[in-house]
Design a protein around this ligand. Structure first.
Ligand code: SF4
Ligand code: SF4
Length: 105
């Protein structure tokens, strides 16, 4: 059995909801491991995704590739940022239920 992973999240982050419940931006999944989009576009293979973005106003995490892709993809022309935002939201299935079965202590 592997040792439990340790992640650091904002103190005001919401608690992780059960699998299937609406995503509340707790950030646990993206702090544990990068998703396929992060792996392919950012080349990030382990640990917290560098695109995981804390949003003070909303008091939750968001995917930086969905909210500000040009910040993470320096090669992205400004004119393509709206399209990249839409594609990223689709690829990460933003707005769907939580699919992370990690147990948080
Ligand atoms: S998918 Fe689940 S673990 Fe990931 S941010 Fe949303 S609620 Fe949290
Ligand atoms: S690219 Fe977005 S959805 Fe994927 S791990 Fe990073 S922050 Fe999370």
């Amino acid at each position: 059995m592997s040792a439990p992973a340790q992640i650091a999240l904002h103190v005001a982050a919401p608690a992780k909801p059960p699998v299937g419940a609406p995503c509340n931006g707790c950030g646990v999944c993206c702090a544990l491991a990068p998703c396929p989009l992060s792996r392919s576009l950012l080349g990030h293979c382990t640990g917290t995704c560098p695109a995981l973005t804390w949003q003070d106003r909303a008091c939750r995490y968001a995917c930086g590739l969905a909210v500000a892709p040009a910040k993470h993809l320096r090669w992205l022309p400004d004119s393509l940022e709206p399209l990249a935002q839409r594609l990223a939201r689709r690829w990460i299935a933003a707005g769907s239920g939580c699919d992370c079965d990690a147990e948080v202590e």
